[in-house]
Design a protein around this ligand. Structure first.
Ligand SMILES: [Mg+2]
Length: 231
């Protein structure tokens, strides 16, 4: 398809360019098992963790460090034996090592597709989370060179989209968001007046699930490389 010069793509990172949430889910599952082995009831632990996580995200935004803090807060809320507490907390740290280091596994076709897309469109990486953690992942992905700009925000709200559109003077009619989250990528993009490509990921975080808005501005794709057929 032909697009005028200056057409632009805002591209999400976690679970769009690389695997992310699966890493957190594995640690969460391991933690729940570990808590059960210590004698704390699974259902209650799961519920408490969800509350702690919600609270910590509200106060500090999302990210790996905050996730580890939520695991520890959950454990401590069950009033564990002080004699074994410190050892247990260090076990949680060990479990969470994968989340802290977060090895980057690019999704299929991402690198090659980006190389093509960036020659035809302005490309901006648009992600949310802890800037230090996100920057580390971007560096590890070796994809920074595929983007003219990198934008890290705390939440991808409608006003965050409006901010990026204004800062980079993006033409709304020829700008699209690409991402895996209806809540953070697709719905606010459409509300801000741009188009969107929704690429669902099987491991999308449950906090990111939200009913996809009904709009002719949204195209659903199976995989990242399918973008090349539309852009
Ligand atoms: Mg994402």
């Amino acid at each position: 398809m032909h697009h005028p010069r200056g057409s632009a793509l805002l591209i999400d990172a976690d679970d769009t360019l690389w695997e992310n949430n699966v890493c957190f889910e594995q640690v969460r599952a391991q933690f729940l098992q570990w808590m059960e082995a210590l004698g704390f009831p699974g259902g209650e632990v799961e519920e408490t963790f969800a509350e702690m996580e919600h609270e910590n995200i509200r106060n500090n935004g999302c990210g790996g460090e905050n996730f580890v803090a939520s695991l520890k807060d959950t454990y401590l809320s069950f009033r564990p034996d002080p004699a074994t507490r410190d050892h247990a907390l260090s076990q949680i740290d060990a479990m969470a090592e994968t989340v802290r280091k977060h090895p980057i596994h690019l999704l299929d076709g991402v690198r090659d597709s980006l190389e093509i897309l960036r020659r035809k469109h302005r490309t901006i990486l648009f992600t949310k989370g802890n800037p230090t953690e996100q920057n580390r992942k971007i560096e590890a992905s070796e994809l920074a060179g595929c983007f003219e700009a990198i934008e890290i925000v705390r939440e991808k709200s409608v006003s965050a989209f409006q901010g990026v559109i204004a800062r980079h003077r993006l033409p709304k009619q020829y700008t699209w968001m690409v991402g895996n989250s209806p809540k953070s990528d697709i719905n606010p993009a459409v509300a801000a007046g741009i188009g969107a490509f929704y690429i669902p990921h099987a491991w999308t975080w449950k906090r990111e699930r939200e009913e996809l808005c009904v709009s002719t501005q949204v195209t659903v794709l199976k995989r990242f490389s399918d973008l090349l057929e539309h852009l």
